[in-house]
Structure formats: structure tokens, C-alpha cells
Design a protein. Structure first.
Length: 272
């Protein structure tokens, strides 16, 4: 387990931004908007699941894991709050957050399941966010043309997602979660996460008026499906999660560490 710290991001999100905030690109703006729309509900679920998982552990394990879980919860709560502010501007632009509604219904329907299922879903989703975050830190140019405060928000979020990539996974293992169910839950998350994300992106593009423009989908292909795209280049990392000997700490976090070291002026450590 690693030591996680909670950071207060020193940016102003009270000022509105343009609809195509991501360098004037319709697809990238719509896609990242869809991701942001999913975060507040999702991150609250992660917090609740990991907290419940920790409480279910024997005293010795709970004591050992508590410091990291507290850091994880603090980081996720900060992400939830800032993306909530970001999403408020999207709502003012007329975008409808369907992905949050669909997620809320699904979570309510499955609320009765064993805590290990909830933590397993959290671990699976955290793997997605970690590999997407690593890709973003490798390709900060996808945010080129965006306001500096928005670039900072997204790259800070990516750095912290990479930093706490193992927390939910370790809680799942500590609870006795097995690999067969871990992989089943990963397939479940893959299906629903990618479907919901694409569906919300399409809705955002429809609102923008760019859904049926060739340039929109050329940009989408470049971002997601080109040789070094976010989806195609991460297939190996996606597949690796299904291995019996997988652990999130095997993933390289050096770019996260470098970004946090080089951008200390953009945040303050909470409680210090």
C-alpha cells in the first residue's frame, strides 16, 4: 500500500468556458465532457464501496489499510467536487447528463449485492481510469488549445488516478475476492462503461450540432482508434487485468509522479 495525500487544486472553476473548450474540437470536447459527467456519481460509489469494504475487514487488516483508504477517499471526494463544478457549466450550456442518471439507476438496482461485488466493480473501473490517465499523461497534446486551468484540472485528475490505482484492488483481495469474479466484474464494467460513455458522447455531439460531420468522427478516430489511440493502444493493459498474477502496481506511475513534482504551484496539500 502507498501513502496517499489529499490535494486542493488551486484553480478557478467559477468562470464559464466555451462549449468546444478542448481546442475547439467538437469530438474531444464531447468525449471529455461525457467522462466528466460520469465522475461525481461514480466517485461517490467508489468512496462508499471502499469505505464499506474497509469496515468489513478484520481489525488488523483494517488498521493497516486505513491510512491509504482515507487518502483515496479524500482524493476521490476532491475529484467529485471539482467535476461537479465543471459539470455545472455543461448544464448551463444545455447538455443533459444522462450517464449519471443511468449509473444511478444501475447502482440502486445492485445496492443489495455483497460488498465484494461493489469493491470489485470499483477496482475494475479504477483500472480503466488508471490506464486512461496514463495515456493522457503520455499525450497531453490532446488538451492543446484548452484553457490552462482546464488542462491543469484534467492532468491533475489523471496523476491522482494513477497514484491511487491499487487501493480498491487491494481491498477486494483483502476481502477474499477471487479472480474469477474479479474478471467477470471487469467484463461487466467494460460493457457498461464504454457503452454509457459512447452514448453520452453522441448525445453531447447531437446537442453541439456536429454529430453528422465527417471531421467530428475523423477526430474521434484519431483520439480513440488510431495506432496510438486511447482505446487501441491500451488493449494490452486491458487484457492484462484478467491475468491471475496481475496487480495495479505493476503499471508505470512515473509520469504521474513527475507531473505532481513539477506542478506543485497548482495545488496545496490538505492538512499540511
Amino acid at each position: 500500500m502507498s501513502q496517499l495525500v489529499v490535494r486542493k487544486l488551486l484553480i478557478d472553476l467559477s468562470t464559464p468556458f466555451e462549449a468546444r473548450w478542448c481546442g475547439g474540437d467538437a469530438f474531444r470536447s464531447a468525449f471529455f465532457n461525457a467522462l466528466s459527467m460520469s465522475f461525481p456519481v461514480g466517485e461517490q460509489f467508489f468512496i462508499d464501496s471502499v469505505r464499506a469494504g474497509l469496515k468489513s475487514l478484520p481489525d488488523a487488516q483494517r488498521e493497516r489499510l486505513t491510512p491509504e483508504v482515507q487518502g483515496f477517499i479524500g482524493q476521490e471526494a476532491t475529484h467529485r467536487r471539482l467535476h461537479g463544478l465543471f459539470n455545472d457549466h455543461l448544464s448551463s450550456q444545455g447538455l443533459t447528463n444522462e450517464i449519471a442518471k443511468r449509473s444511478s439507476v444501475r447502482l440502486e438496482k445492485n445496492a443489495h449485492l455483497d460488498v465484494r461485488m461493489h469493491v470489485g466493480v470499483t477496482a475494475a473501473t479504477e483500472h480503466f481510469t488508471a490506464i486512461f490517465a496514463q495515456w493522457m499523461l503520455q499525450h497531453p497534446e490532446v488538451l492543446k488549445g484548452s484553457q490552462a486551468r482546464l488542462q491543469t484540472m484534467w492532468l491533475w485528475h489523471c496523476a491522482e488516478e494513477s497514484e491511487h490505482r491499487s487501493t480498491a484492488f487491494d481491498i477486494y483481495k483483502a476481502l477474499g475476492g477471487n479472480d474469477a469474479w474479479r474478471i467477470r466484474l471487469f467484463h461487466y464494467v467494460t460493457l457498461h462503461f464504454l457503452y454509457d460513455l459512447f452514448r453520452q458522447t453522441v448525445r453531447n455531439l447531437w446537442h453541439d450540432g456536429s454529430l453528422f460531420k465527417l471531421g467530428t468522427w475523423r477526430s474521434g478516430y484519431q483520439l480513440l482508434l488510431s495506432k496510438d489511440g486511447m482505446l487501441t493502444s491500451n488493449f494490452g493493459h486491458w487484457k492484462r487485468y484478467k491475468s491471475a498474477d496481475f496487480h495495479p502496481n505493476e503499471q508505470d506511475a512515473s509520469l504521474s509522479e513527475q507531473w505532481l513534482e513539477k506542478n506543485t504551484e497548482h495545488f496545496a496539500l490538505v492538512g499540511q
